[in-house]
Ligand binder design. Structure first.
Ligand code: PLP
Length: 400
């Protein structure tokens, strides 16, 4: 008889966005005349940069001509032109990352989920609570022991290591989804030191690095001394350049990151990952890699900056409004996410209904991201400036 992976039965129901959609639908059916503003959107809304569009079109034309047609890419790690471009981008962020240590993928989510393949199931995993659900679920699927480091009001939703607790694999996301908090240089150094002391590996998700505005907040973990010996970094062009529908990202595993096998041999983690990817992944399409290369050109970087600044302006408006209203929050400064404390001690689903019924603004209940989100609520900066302004005017009317 066939057996399923019973670990899947331990997963929480994936109900967050389904439940949100259901509640909105019910409300709209009963109140068709009341326009809703969606501030829970985790997807970008502005179009991709013209330089990327042009590069993609040109690459598509090349594929239609015998002399310039391309099939599988030999290495499977991504074309040199893109790995060099990503390495050049890292230099601008203040990190020295060799093109050889970069592998191109179809977005950060795949690698965030797939990376667990290369680690033994007997490792202890440490996740922050709340966190991006992929980290939790992908480890539950392989039956690993998971410890949670609390991100809460006391630490500004930036969990720090506890030297009395041992972990082998640590997931950090900075700037954070959902809390919008971002680690400073000193805080990241503490995590790197902890990882080295515990002979652990950090999986660092920097999907929102492009939103960082404060100089003391690193845009890559490789800005921290020692990180190359203990950290894998995952990033993508989804939020940086509006590639959520295009699909392109990159994972860095430095050559310096080595681990000991059970028999005592020292091996490069990057070699194991390359072996895994070589078996299960055939690379990213040529036009998409050309579009990504164009994003990292001077012209492309200037174009994506305009969109990021647009979202940032929305984030600032939300942050300023909440400050004016005396509502506690994290995020907004280095992130498109604003994580606010539900007023009047409300729980996050109760607050969701309250906002929907009273001012027709929709956000995401924090309870969907972990235990510590029970009384917190996520708003995003991805709607239009007009809608964001209107939503904030409604907030003012409700909470002043
Ligand atoms: N990591 C974080 C923290 C995210 O919020 C997301 C998407 O929302 C991703 C990774 C995955 O993004 P993508 O697969 O589009 O690169």
């Amino acid at each position: 008889m066939i057996h399923i992976n019973e670990n899947f039965l331990t997963l929480e129901k994936n109900y967050l966005f389904i439940e949100i959609a259901k509640r909105i639908k019910t409300y709209m059916a009963a109140n068709p005349e009341k326009p809703i503003i969606r501030m829970g959107i985790g997807d970008v809304t502005l179009p991709i940069a013209p330089a990327a569009v042009e590069a993609m079109k040109k690459a598509a034309d090349e594929l239609g001509v015998k002399e310039t047609f391309r099939g599988y890419e030999d290495s499977g790690a991504g074309y040199d032109f893109l790995r060099n471009a990503v390495s050049g981008y890292y230099k601008k962020l203040g990190a020295d990352v060799s093109p050889d240590d970069i592998r191109i993928n179809d977005g950060a989510k795949s690698d965030c989920g797939n990376i667990v393949d290369i680690f033994g199931n007997d490792n202890t995993v440490m996740l922050t609570d709340p966190s991006y659900p992929v980290y939790v679920d992908s480890n539950r699927m392989s039956g690993r022991n998971i410890l949670f480091a609390d991100s809460n009001e006391e630490n500004g939703f930036a969990a720090m290591p506890d030297n009395n607790v041992h972990a082998d694999i640590i997931y950090l996301c900075s700037p954070n989804n959902p809390t919008g908090s971002a680690y400073t240089r000193d805080q990241l150094k503490e995590w790197v030191d902890y990882a080295q002391e515990n002979e652990a590996v950090i999986i660092f998700d920097s999907a929102y690095e492009a939103f960082i505005s404060e100089p003391d907040v690193p845009r890559s973990i490789y800005c921290i001394e020692g990180a190359k010996k203990c950290a894998i970094e995952m990033c993508s062009l989804s939020k940086t350049a509006g590639f959520t529908g295009v699909r392109c990202g990159y994972t860095v595993i430095p050559g310096e990151l080595t681990v000991k096998t059970d028999s005592g041999d020292v091996i490069k983690l990057a070699d194991i990952w390359a072996r895994r990817q070589g078996t299960k992944f055939n690379g990213v399409s040529y036009p998409v890699q050309r579009a990504a290369e164009a994003v990292f050109s001077d012209e492309g970087l200037a174009q994506i900056r305009v969109n990021i600044d647009y979202y940032r302006r929305n984030a600032m408006l939300i942050a300023d409004t909440l400050t004016e209203l005396g509502i506690d929050f994290t995020g907004g400064k280095n992130s498109p996410y604003i994580w606010l404390k539900c007023p009047h001690d409300m729980e996050s689903w109760e607050f969701f209904d309250y906002l929907l019924n009273e001012i027709q603004v929709v956000g995401t209940p924090g309870a969907g991201f972990g235990r510590n989100g029970k009384n917190w609520f996520r708003l995003t900066a991805f709607n239009s400036y007009e809608n964001t302004s209107e939503a904030m005017d409604r907030f003012k009317k409700l909470f002043i």
